[in-house]
Design a protein around this ligand. Structure first.
Ligand SMILES: Nc1ncnc2c1ncn2[C@@H]1O[C@H](COP(=O)(O)OP(=O)(O)OP(=O)(O)O)[C@@H](O)[C@H]1O
Length: 261
């Protein structure tokens, strides 16, 4: 069984508009993978195809050797539990406390109330919010809300974390702290993080691989080393375009090269 997300000739139309046009690429599991593109490029549609919130018109999404469009409803529910999701606007329930928000997936999965408390406390520690269980979401900053969103997404111990513009509503410093938290969680928990973004800086900071979409078509995809080895590739150009964070990015890229050498 291959440990991989394989996106194969995916097509999705809304009326006469193609949101995805013959998109194929692979995401190696156990890494952070960025899906890049401008507004309307098809990123959210693609992300929603990964957990079948969206049904493609043609093509397949194969996860660990399994075509997810062929799963029964029961299998799909199990597969979805493997996929935590975080959102640009956090999607917290404001009439529930932080602890109750995080406990929600556990409640749905039938974890007894007595066990939920300890798990919520462990998750709060994991995201740097110890002692926040009884606080209301409205009392939190944007970065703290996203930390709650991340804790909730991780509650059912998923293998994948899907991030839909997770830092787009945050200021630059908070963005960096959330990206670094995602990178640290990916290492600690050995999960696969798929994030969509329109910001190259996000890819530079934490991604091990990326795909670039434009008007529903795939322009390029690959690991960071494959991207950097392609002298005429658009992604390489974009990665090296602005000077900001370049030194840190190149150091990280070189470290990755040493690891595979
Ligand atoms: N439910 C829908 N009904 C009709 N058109 C849709 C729907 N969802 C997406 N689209 C269209 O499909 C195209 C791709 O949208 P999508 O949301 O996947 O892009 P995106 O790259 O995520 O953009 P953004 O960053 O703005 O969210 C856009 O032209 C969008 O208007």
């Amino acid at each position: 069984m291959s440990s991989m997300i394989s996106i194969e000739a995916l097509n999705k139309r809304y009326g006469d508009k193609s949101a995805l046009l013959d998109v194929s690429f692979e995401i190696e599991t156990g890494a952070i993978f960025g899906i890049l593109g401008r507004s309307g490029a098809g990123k959210s549609t693609l992300l929603r195809c990964l957990n079948r919130l969206e049904q493609p018109d043609a093509g397949r999404v194969v996860i660990d050797g399994e075509d997810i469009n062929r799963l029964s409803l029961r299998e799909l529910r199990a597969q979805r539990r493997q996929m935590g999701m975080i959102f640009q606007h956090f999607n917290l329930l404001h009439a529930r406390t932080v602890g109750e928000n995080i406990a929600l997936p556990l409640q749905i999965a039938g974890v007894p109330a007595a066990r939920r408390g300890a798990r919520v406390d462990a998750l709060l520690t994991l995201v740097g919010l110890e002692g926040y269980a009884d606080v209301w979401p409205s009392q939190l900053s944007g970065g703290q809300k996203q930390r709650v969103g991340i804790a909730r997404a991780l509650a059912a111990e998923p293998r994948y974390l899907l991030c839909d513009e997770a830092t787009s509503a945050l200021d630059p410093d908070t963005t960096l702290s959330i990206l670094d938290l995602l990178a640290s969680l990916q290492r600690q928990l050995n999960i696969t993080v798929v994030l969509i973004t329109h910001e190259m800086a996000v890819v530079k900071r934490i991604c091990h691989g990326a795909a670039l979409l434009e008007s529903g078509r795939l322009i390029e995809s690959g690991s960071l080393s494959a991207i950097m080895a392609n002298p005429h590739g658009r992604l390489r150009q974009l990665l090296l375009q602005d000077g900001e964070a370049d030194r840190a990015f190149l150091a990280r890229y070189q470290e990755q090269l040493r690891c595979v050498a």
